[in-house]
Structure formats: C-alpha cells, structure tokens
Design a protein around this ligand. Sequence first.
Ligand code: ADP
Ligand code: UDP
Length: 239
Amino acid sequence: MLKQTLLYTGKAKSVYETDSADHLILVFRDDASAFNGEKIEQLDRKGKVNNRFNAFIMEKLAEAGIETHFEKLLSPTEVLVKKLQMIPVECVMRNYAAGSLCRRLGIEEGKELVPPTFELFFKDDALGDPMVNESQAISLGWATEEQLAQMKDLTQKVNVVLKDLFAKGGMLLVDFKLEFGVFHDRIVLGDEFSPDGCRLWDKETKKKLDKDRFRQGLGGVVEAYEEVAARIGVDLSDI
Ligand code: ADP
Ligand code: UDP
C-alpha cells in the first residue's frame, strides 16, 4: 500500500491517504499534548511504543469479536487502517473516578463507579471537547440513535476485555476514551488505544502508568508506557 497525500496532522498522529480508497496510513509521532494542546513536548520513543501497543490491543479486541480499523503494522511508527467516516464523538468509560469527572462533580479520585459510567464528548479542539448527551448528538446529526447504542455497547465490551487484560498485569483500568467511525454502513472502532488515551494504575501502589504522568509532570512517561506493555505481554524488543 503506497503512502500518498498527508490528509491531517493531529496532536499525536499524522494521517495519510493511500492508493486504496478504503485505507489510510496513521503515523504515530513522538508528540505528547495535554490540556487541549496547551502543553506540548516530544517524548523519545513514544510514537513507536504507542504504535506497537495499539496494534496489540486492537488484535486482542478483534479476537474478542470487536471489529476494529486495524489492518497491519507497516513500520515501527506506521499502521495501515481502514478509512472510516469518523463520528465526532469521544466515548469515555470510567471504572473509577478521575480527571474531568472529579473536577466536574467534586468527587474524590479513585472512587469506584458501579456500574461503570459512560460519557460522550464532542470532538472539537476549538471548544475544548465539551461533554454532550445522546440527544444532542442525534439532533445535531453526528450519529443516529442506533449508532450511538452500538457505540455504547461496543465500549462496554471493550471495557470487559481490557479490564481483565490489565488486571492480569496487576493494573486497574481506571478510564479510557474510544473513537468510532462508519465503514460500509458498519460501526467500527478507530483511532488508537494506548496509555495516551486511558488511565492505568498499579493495583497495589496506585502508581499512575498513563498520560497523567505527562499531564501532572511526574516524569518517566514513556518508561511507564513500556512497563504497562511488558506487564501485558507486548513485545517491544525490536523497536
Ligand atoms: P487529534 O485529532 O485529536 O489531534 P490524533 O493526533 O490522534 O488526534 O489524530 C488522528 C486523527 O485521525 C484523529 O482525528 C482521528 O479521529 C482520526 N482517525 C483515526 N482513525 C481513523 C480512521 N480509521 N479513519 C479516519 N480517521 C481516523
Ligand atoms: N481522553 C482522551 N482524549 C481526550 C479526552 C480524554 O484520550 O480528548 C481520555 C483520558 O486520557 C482519560 C479519559 O479519556 O483516560 C477520560 O478523560 P477525562 O474526561 O477525565 O479528561 P481529562 O481530565 O483527562 O482531560
């Protein structure tokens, strides 16, 4: 598959067209960003680590019957994916309170959420990704009621699979964000799953092993991502 025109440069990845109308190439860069692009740094190896990490997770999800855009790794930083018509809504599932939920509702970090909460955010950098509800997403034409129901159902399935995967590595999956798109009328999981878009804590010590290390200036960001990868069996030996 040939890499062609650059379509989009995001905060962490670049998106290229290919010679297939149904495929794109995503390039994972070393850029880290937080607070809606206010804090930006280059973190050596992050692109390679996240590309390999994401491929591992997408394969696990496919094995569990969840359709994803992942096709194959092309290089340490590049992945071939199905080209989706992205739905501009981020799906967030939370098993424990953290981040914006604590700020919004004054809840203590770490409170277990039973059952896990499901939230939607409008993907719009200029507006700072505001929270939206299902009714707004439908009325504004971003997704149909049926598509939103499928996205929620798929997010719950992902949670079941990944909570278990990370638990086996001694970690709590605190929360995570997914993006979906449409591929030939089907809802398919797109974008990425990596420690950039989820929260993971060591089960015993509650040490943060995700992008909060970058947000909060705790250091050892990529080292923590590599530790998570090692604990769940992602092979990073050749990158
Ligand atoms: P952001 O846009 O939030 O800065 P990234 O740097 O990760 O994020 O950029 C990647 C972009 O590619 C995102 O806008 C994401 O929605 C989009 N994207 C991810 N997977 C696909 C796909 N399979 N088809 C089309 N677009 C995709
Ligand atoms: N998240 C993300 N991209 C976003 C917003 C959130 O990947 O644009 C992830 C974030 O890393 C966390 C979860 O979604 O794992 C919930 O994020 P939250 O709403 O708490 O926002 P934050 O405080 O992280 O900005």
